[in-house]
Design a protein around this ligand. Structure first.
Ligand SMILES: [Zn+2]
Length: 356
């Protein structure tokens, strides 16, 4: 039995750090566990210029303990709003911007500025293809071409079948990352069409852990894309077990204040930063593929963005622990992570921990 594993320091290909007090509370956690992270731009207001991205990056770096910015690098992205121009894309390439994030209109937290259909953003996509700036996809359809609402459990499948093939054919050199793949259809598509440097996918820890029955009644597990029936989870598990070079970890850690997460209609987003590395390790251990963990967590992600993996390492040991406290911001707001022993499935125990 393996009970210790040392890895290059992980890379989070998808994280939400928010702004202000929330940012100050969650950034140190991500910075402790990850060497770099692709930071999502769906703040309010959204990040849609190179200048705004640079300002946002400064705010993140200021929140790292002891100002030790050499230990964690936030990699910035722009939001594909209708205001984003090809000229801004030109400027972004080589200015510390690593991708452009697409959110379908109305899909999730602060997604009201996006296009309903990504294919409408022709000039921007052409420019991104030209300069090699990756497109990060929230690949779901919420309202179809007849303006009818799509079943939220089928939104990703609809995107995979109806839009993604045309996007890939229309822009044959565009670098595309399908974020938080959550369905059997997404897994099949990636397995068949994935290619290093061209089409990759990120996988969250919550889509590896839970199924619809776990998630539906629990506000803490309310997230887009929705957590689906168990057969989908098992397909995602089988995918990561294959150790493909175009599949990597993207936690999609997305904190919300307690008041929003436990509101009558809970905000979408799972806060996993405090436990993601440990839980990915746990799942890979359960699957008997710890030998695939380092590439998934630490190598495949940076490679897609043209970066070397971290030269630092972390060591995990097999030792049980529980999350007993929420994270609390400097304004006294509680933020509940998944796997909290009282707020999740109940008495959840994590079997791996990072050695201090
Ligand atoms: Zn996200």
């Amino acid at each position: 039995m393996i009970d210790t594993i040392t890895l290059k320091k992980p890379f989070d290909a998808h994280v939400h750090l928010r702004r202000g007090a929330m940012l100050r509370a969650v950034t140190p956690i991500t910075a402790e566990k990850f060497s770099r992270a692709i930071v999502m731009p769906n703040t309010d207001p959204p990040i849609e210029t190179v200048e705004q991205a640079a300002e946002y990056k400064k705010e993140i770096l200021a929140a790292i303990p002891r100002g030790d910015a050499s230990r964690f690098e936030p990699l910035m992205t722009l939001y594909l709003t209708k205001n984003l121009t090809p000229a801004e894309i030109e400027k972004a390439a080589g200015s510390g911007v690593y991708g452009v994030k697409y959110y379908p209109w109305g899909a999730t937290t602060n997604s009201q500025w996006g296009y309903q259909n990504i294919l409408e953003a022709k000039d921007v996509l052409k420019k991104m293809e030209g300069v090699g700036l990756p497109l990060l996809l929230h690949g779901e359809v919420h309202v179809d071409e007849r303006n009818e609402e799509v079943d939220p459990y089928r939104g990703e499948q609809t995107f995979i079948k109806g839009i993604l093939p045309e996007l890939l054919t229309s822009y044959p050199k565009l670098k595309v990352s399908l974020e938080h793949a959550s369905s059997a259809e997404a897994v099949d598509f990636i397995e068949k069409n994935g290619k290093e440097g061209r089409l990759v996918a990120t996988i969250t820890v919550h889509h590896l852990l839970y199924d619809r029955g776990d998630a539906e009644p629990r506000p803490l597990l309310r997230v887009k894309p929705l957590i689906k029936e168990r057969s989908n989870r098992d397909k995602i598990r089988a995918l990561v077990k294959k150790g493909l070079p175009f599949v990597s970890a993207g936690s999609d850690s997305a904190p919300h204040p307690e008041s929003k997460k436990f509101a009558t209609t809970a905000a979408f987003g799972i806060f996993s930063a405090p436990v993601a590395v440990e839980l990915y390790t746990q799942v890979f251990d359960e699957l008997g593929c710890l030998d695939k963990l380092e590439n998934f967590l630490s190598v495949n992600g940076p490679r897609f963005f043209g970066l070397e993996p971290s030269s630092e390492t972390i060591t995990l040991v097999k030792k049980d622990w529980q999350v007993t406290e929420p994270v609390v911001t400097d304004e006294g707001v509680k933020v509940w992570p998944i796997y909290h022993k009282d707020m999740g499935l109940g008495n959840e125990t994590i079997h791996w921990q990072i050695k201090k």
